[in-house]
Design a protein. Structure first.
Length: 154
């Protein structure tokens, strides 16, 4: 073997980008959103099914659709619609991109946590209410209760 390429093989132009560095710096924090999406959907689905005594509910379908939409939005916007490598320029610009990307990812994760808390706080069992922080006590939302079973409705 002389190390040459076979006939008809082309390596194409060799490009050097720093997109892998940027992705490795931003992606771990951005990926925190996926378990939060799942937890939000699980809280909605379980609570709606428990309160209505039906396995499938409109609120449960809405929770699943919300998680799917958020996941698609994050992956679609985050990828910018392309998997092509991007050259972020000199190292100073790479560091700026990493800092901005991580700051936005952290804000996004906090926002998702607050949404999750809104739904998950309803899952607290009655026996644990006394030990729960006031911020995690249920507010007894009506969205998971069938219309004919809501207080004040007949």
């Amino acid at each position: 073997m002389d190390g040459s390429d076979p006939p008809g093989f082309s390596r194409g132009p060799i490009t050097r980008t720093n997109s892998a560095l940027v992705m490795s710096g931003i992606r771990p924090l951005a990926e925190i959103a996926h378990p939060l999406f799942t937890a939000i959907a699980a809280a909605i689905i379980w609570l709606a099914a428990y309160r209505s005594t039906h396995l499938f509910t409109i609120a449960g379908l809405g929770g699943w659709a919300l998680a799917a939409a958020l996941h698609s939005l994050q992956d679609g916007v985050g990828a910018g619609g392309s998997d092509a490598p991007v050259d972020y320029g000199p190292m100073g610009e790479v560091i700026q991109t990493l800092l901005l990307g991580n700051a936005l990812s952290a804000l996004y994760a906090v926002g998702l946590f607050l949404v999750l808390r809104h739904f998950a706080r309803e899952l607290t069992p009655p026996t644990a209410l006394a030990a729960n922080s006031a911020h995690w006590r249920p507010q007894i939302k009506q969205w998971g209760i069938p219309l004919d079973q809501r207080p004040g409705k007949r």
